[in-house]
Design a protein around this ligand. Structure first.
Ligand code: GCU
Length: 345
């Protein structure tokens, strides 16, 4: 009997030791407070249709980082770039129902749901980038951000997308007669289609992701966009003639779904607004540099630049006047105010 008891004791000691060692290891190896994974209160999605290294995507990433930092990890925003959340029109529609929380979209797509927005993207409206920014940074810009609520959205800030120009595959556009009868891809926007048709071309609405193949397969003779998009989407490979006419400046809006907004406290809303504005200033800086870099790269890769003469540009401008009557009928006072801003330096 005695023997058996002592045998049991011998086994118990190593078991207790091992137990203590494991407990100590668990205690010492546990993550410190800083190392502990912070579990966010909210994880939100952000849709962006440009490439990872594009200015608007970098602006979105900056926005997400700032929000996470300033809410001490309570709000995490996951940026889905390269259009994985769908085409812009579809993204806007999903946001109305809270399916996507945040996005950066082209105003032309937003104007399909809120037609008054067209006023800010009318052809040949701004004389240059500074003119557009005076308008967007002023009272008009603020009031149009709040107009987003007509479609269940919150307008957070304005992003830059430069000026749009025509580019074509087989022949250059040097004058109004050249574009006549050409099939030109436009965004899925009534106003853009009408503008192109007013110039005598045939408008073909296509999603952004389908433009390259559309030109390559001869579905369209050309398209129109800014330098960074032309280069980033490699459109220069299939449409080398780039005609600088700067027919539109289409600003972009950072938006939040009202369904998401409603979940947030006043404090979090203010943080988000502040980060959106700061990220917009950051994007604008990146944009300036990217416009030059993309132009340079596209030319190196074979793009041919055609500058329209002032006289020819005037003919383009005159040709689209009817579009103002159709889209800005009740808002000509705003158009006048925007034009007046052009003279302020
Ligand atoms: C620009 C804009 C995009 C838009 C695209 C288009 O690149 O930034 O948001 O989708 O134009 O032409 O469709």
């Amino acid at each position: 009997m005695e023997r058996k008891n002592s045998g049991k004791k011998k086994k118990r000691i190593p078991v207790i030791l091992a137990f203590t060692a494991v407990a100590a290891a668990v205690f010492w190896l546990r993550p410190s407070k800083e190392q502990e994974e912070i579990v966010p209160e909210y994880v939100f999605s952000y849709a962006e249709n440009q490439a990872q290294d594009y200015p608007t995507t970098l602006g979105a990433i900056k926005f997400a980082e700032m929000v996470e930092e300033r809410t001490e990890g309570r709000i995490r925003i996951l940026v889905y770039a390269e259009g994985v959340k769908g085409a812009e029109g579809e993204v806007i529609r999903q946001m109305k129902f809270g399916g996507i929380d945040f996005a950066r979209v082209s105003l032309s797509q937003l104007a399909e749901y809120i037609p008054e927005m067209n006023v800010l993207q009318m052809p040949y409206l701004y004389t240059d980038s500074e003119h557009m920014w005076r308008v967007l940074d002023g009272e008009i810009g603020v009031s149009f951000l709040s107009l987003a609520d007509e479609y269940g959205l919150v307008g957070l800030s304005w992003y830059d997308a430069g000026a749009r120009n025509f580019y074509t595959a087989d022949r250059p556009v040097t004058c109004l007669e050249d574009i006549e009868g050409m099939r030109i891809r436009v965004q899925e926007s009534e106003m853009m289609a009408d503008m192109v048709e007013a110039l005598g071309a045939k408008a073909v609405k296509l999603g952004y992701a389908d433009v390259y193949s559309g030109i390559e397969r001869g579905l369209v003779d050309g398209a129109e966009n800014n330098w960074p998009s032309y280069e980033s989407m490699k459109h220069h490979e299939v449409a080398k003639y780039f005609t600088v006419d700067e027919h539109t400046r289409v600003p972009e809006m950072q938006i939040c779904s009202e369904k998401t907004w409603e979940k947030l406290s006043e404090e979090d809303r203010n943080i988000i607004l502040e980060c959106a504005r700061e990220s917009a200033l950051y994007e604008r800086e990146l944009w300036k540099a990217q416009e030059d870099a993309s132009k340079h790269t596209a030319i190196l890769r074979g793009a041919e630049v055609i500058e329209l003469s002032a006289e020819e540009k005037k003919r383009f401008q005159t040709a689209v006047q009817g579009v103002y009557e159709k889209y800005c009928g009740g808002q000509m006072d705003i158009i006048d105010r925007i034009i007046a801003e052009g003279g302020v330096k």
